[in-house]
Design a protein around this ligand. Structure first.
Ligand code: TRP
Ligand code: ZN
Length: 886
């Protein structure tokens, strides 16, 4: 915990490091009640940093300094200064060697940053600034060094000793200990350092790279999980192949390792040659992991692997540039997943997530640009904005340049900056140089926060056969940014004729039509595009594929949306038309509910969904997506003031009505798919995901009718299936139902069966935490007493408390403020245990501006209470103080 008031760090204050570290030689002696770290740093004055020999200021936190030497000369207390975050000494020559020995306590490290223990295993997490909790160092990404690492530990408990790079030596010591030395031939920043020691088994495979080199692949897990690694291994090989084919990127070491750990703050970490993963992002097997979990494993394995180039070979100059590696790598993994599965479905899922969560962040008190310009605690900036909006920014560049030119740009970027620590500007420069285009206005996407609005209007002139679209863009104020300049907004669009065909698109001034779906660049605050040769007034299909992360509005009628749902040649926009139709219908119901009128569902929604269900030529995954009404989170996000209860009852009312009206086709599709599922062994492939997703959404509607035959089918699906996708959905719909006996029995049986599998128990907690029936808080508090729950494991915290606060709005936002008080109680406890998790858990409370004044007051009071609760971590302090200021 800090002793000084946390201070703001600014991008504009960036300075190159005074000193460089050419070589880093580390020795770890791991023991049960402490560990020793010896570091030898071969250093020199940075020639780019000016003249003279300024003091050397090394980062270090929670380290007990045992010994310090400068060029082999022991230093006494008068030769250096120590604070709780730095070690300062005075070099006397341009080149010198520092030797330090420190004692640290991984066995009691609950923050899961630096060196810590997960179960019986030692592991590390150094990004962003965790290395300074391991040894004194220049812990900044523009200091890149060659590392050798020796690890010594008791042999019986820790037979496997790993670090980055290649193993070069090993041996045994007296007293039952052994050691191993690893050498990483690539220079890297300290945040990519990793070490693992434990009793691990591994699954082995190999990959032959495009130049014919053989790479050993190993996935290390605790012995009981050895049967759950195949999917991750398959995903890894697919990723390696894809990066060669799509980006021309080859792997560069002889070995690539993944280690699964149970206690991890995020999804996974791209340490050079030694990725460390949250076990939830590695382990996947039909009977314990859902389809969604399988797809997440595939995506995260790819993401971390892709970082080897976008992040490791070319890294970030400073943490303000985080999106340089994260936005780019998310874009790369999203394209990979699109190629491996269904492209349209992947896009729908990503956009739904972005619009619900990132748009909310961008409208809240923590809003920041893709490249932030100030922060207190960098851990708080691993955000949806840096990751997901950052990926959208890359996607827009890809859209504007086209895939061939984009590839030329990425080739140039990797070639020009290999081995360097660079900025987002360097990336854009490479794209400009490869394309010959000026991206200076485009760069506003990196510097201006907030979600732009794009209001579109139309005008048709029958006499001149012209059709004009006028775009007006604006961007709301965000903290520290009031006036924004216009963005470059790529709008992919088509114009449909009365039969639903895309018309040829010829803009005024063009000699001929250019395709039937094309990208317009909107660059002005207000801009009109006029299409010629229009025989009649067309219907526009705008922002196809969600070509820009904006809030688009166009005055569509419900009939027009139904037409687009049926005819749009762009699959994403067919889904989008359905969503917008549902939004209109739901908002009408919300209004009726608020005025105390009886709710009346617009039957056009029933008609539209019926025709989807009755059309068996459609992609089943698309039908499933289109049957899913916009979530309560999205409906909240698009409300001026969100009425949690009205949103919930309106949506539930619509689901109930749809279930009754569409009972027959839902029941038919359910039974047909369920029959196939029963007769087909589990396969983790897109067509099977599609079948199960339609089956499961059908079941979730059908159960609302509470008919006996549906209950029987649900129980049968729960009992008789070979996979977690069917089992968990059956459990979830039971939990959401009023069949109390069956629900209790299923929950007990499930917990009994899976009590030894923590990842499955996480799902058991989540399903209950997200249940919107009354009494949610009491159920969650009860579950916190369950033996499988612990606040020390981030997955458990997310599964129970995170799911309650994030996915159960009616219960979390209870008018008496009990949900808020519960959450802040947990944040206060977690602040001392694990600041990163505490700060993340806070997100729902930061959204107070969305709610009525009573709730606003209650939420702010809880934020005040956290602020006054004692000594806060910089993580929690930043989120709370900014939320109260906003
Ligand atoms: N770089 C990691 C990624 O792939 C992010 C990450 C993993 C991280 N663990 C972390 C960030 C801990 C901060 C703290 O996205
Ligand atoms: Zn990443």
């Amino acid at each position: 915990m800090r002793t000084e008031q946390p201070k703001m760090i600014y991008l504009k204050d960036y300075q190159v490091p005074d000193y460089l570290i050419d070589e880093t030689h580390l020795t770890f002696e791991l023991y049960e009640d402490h560990s020793l770290v010896h570091a030898q740093l071969v250093m020199r004055r940075n020639p780019d940093a000016g003249a003279g020999l300024p003091p050397l200021v090394l980062d270090g936190q929670q380290l007990e300094l045992l010994e310090l030497k400068l060029d082999d000369r022991p230093l006494g207390a008068g030769d250096y200064q120590l604070s709780d975050s730095h070690l300062t000494l005075q070099p006397t020559q341009e080149r010198f060697v520092i030797d330090s020995s420190v004692r640290i306590h991984p066995e009691s490290n609950t923050a899961l940053e630096g060196l810590y223990k997960s179960g019986s295993m030692f592991c590390t997490q150094c990004e962003a600034e965790g290395f300074r909790k391991i040894t004194y160092y220049l812990d900044r990404p523009d200091v890149m060094s060659k590392f050798t690492t020796t690890v010594s530990a008791e042999q019986h408990a820790y037979p496997v000793l790993l670090s980055n790079g290649n193993p070069i030596a090993s041996g045994v010591e007296e007293g039952g200990r052994h050691w191993a030395t690893w050498e990483d031939p690539f220079k890297k920043p300290a945040y990519l350092f990793a070490l693992v020691a434990g009793d691990l088994w591994c699954v082995e495979d190999s990959f032959t790279t495009m130049s014919g080199r053989e790479v050993a692949l190993r996935i290390y897990v605790e012995p009981e999980n050895i049967d759950k690694c195949q999917h991750a291994m398959d995903s890894l090989k697919k990723s390696m192949k894809w990066d060669e084919e799509v980006y021309g990127r080859e792997y560069d070491l002889d070995i690539f390792m993944i280690v699964a750990v149970n206690d991890f703050n995020m999804g996974a970490m791209e340490n050079k040659g030694l990725n460390i993963f949250n076990s939830s992002c590695v382990l996947a097997k039909a009977d314990t992991a859902t389809d969604a979990a399988h797809q997440r494993v595939e995506a995260v394995v790819a993401h971390e692997y892709f970082h080897n180039w976008s992040g490791n070979r070319v890294t970030c100059r400073d943490w303000f540039q985080l999106s340089l590696k994260e936005g780019f790598t998310v874009f790369r993994d999203a394209e990979f997943s699109a190629d491996m599965n269904s492209r349209t479905v992947k896009r729908i899922e990503d956009v739904a997530y972005l619009r619900t969560h990132q748009f909310a962040e961008d409208a809240g008190p923590m809003a920041h640009p893709v490249r932030p310009d100030a922060f207190i605690e960098i851990s708080n900036f691993y955000t949806l904005t840096v990751y997901e909006k950052g990926s959208e920014v890359l996607r827009m560049i890809h859209t504007l340049l086209g895939s061939e030119t984009f590839r030329k740009g990425s080739d140039l970027y990797f070639e020009r900056h290999d081995g360097q620590a660079v900025t987002c500007d360097d990336f854009i420069q490479a794209m400009e140089d490869a394309s010959g285009r000026d991206l200076s206005q485009f760069k506003r996407w990196y510097t201006q926060a907030g979600t732009p609005r794009l209001a579109v209007s139309e005008a048709f002139d029958a006499a001149t056969r012209t059709y004009s679209l006028t775009f007006r863009q604006s961007c709301p104020a965000t903290p520290g940014q009031n006036d924004k300049l216009p963005f470059v907004i790529p709008v992919e669009l088509g114009l449909l004729d009365a039969q639903g065909q895309d018309l040829p698109l010829r803009l005024q001034g063009e000699r001929a039509a250019v395709g039937r779906s094309r990208v317009l660049s909107v660059t002005e605050a207000e801009q009109t595009f006029t299409f010629v040769d229009m025989p009649a007034k067309p219907l526009p299909s705008l922002l196809r594929g969600f070509s820009a992360p904006v809030k688009l509005s166009f005055p569509y009628s419900r009939d027009q949306l139904m037409f687009l749902m049926q005819h749009d040649s762009d699959g994403f926009n067919r889904w989008e038309a359905g969503q917008q139709l549902s939004v209109q219908v739901l908002q009408e119901l919300i209004g009726q509910q608020q005025r105390g009128e009886t709710m009346q569902l617009d039957q056009r929604l029933v008609t539209a969904l019926r025709s989807l269900l009755e059309n068996d030529r459609l992609d089943q995954a698309m039908v499933a997506e289109m049957l899913s009404l916009p979530g309560e989170g999205y409906l909240t996000e698009i409300s001026e003031v969100a009425d949690v209860d009205a949103i919930h009852s309106a949506r539930e009312f619509a689901r109930q009505q749809l279930a009754e009206a569409l009972f027959e086709p839902l029941w038919q599709r359910y039974q047909a798919n369920r029959k196939l599922s029963r007769n087909t062994p589990y396969v983790a492939e897109a067509a099977h995901f599609a079948r199960r997703s339609l089956q499961n959404i059908a079941l979730s509607y059908l159960m609302l009718t509470e008919r006996a035959e549906v209950l029987a089918a649900c129980l049968e699906q729960y009992e008789v299936c070979d996979n977690m996708t069917e089992r968990l959905t059956a459990l979830a719909v039971l939990v959401g139902s009023n069949f109390d006996t069956e629900k209790a029995e299923a929950l007990t049986a499930f917990a009994e069966h899976f009590k030894d599998n923590p990842l499955v128990m996480d799902q058991w907690f989540s399903v209950q935490a997200a249940c919107t029936l009354p009494g949610g808080l009491a159920r969650v508090q009860q579950l916190m007493q369950h033996p499988a729950f612990t606040l020390k494991n981030p997955n458990k915290v997310r599964a129970l408390i995170g799911a309650f606060a994030g996915q159960n709005p009616v219960n979390f936002h209870a008018v008496d403020g009990s949900g808020y008080r519960f959450l802040s109680d947990q944040v206060i406890i977690l602040n001392a245990l694990n600041p990163q998790i505490a700060a993340r858990l806070l997100a729902p409370l930061t959204r107070w501006a969305k709610y009525d004044s009573n709730r606003q007051g209650l939420m702010k009071a809880e934020l005040q209470r956290i602020l006054a609760s004692g000594e806060l971590s910089s993580d929690v302090f930043e989120v709370v103080s900014k939320s109260l200021a906003g």
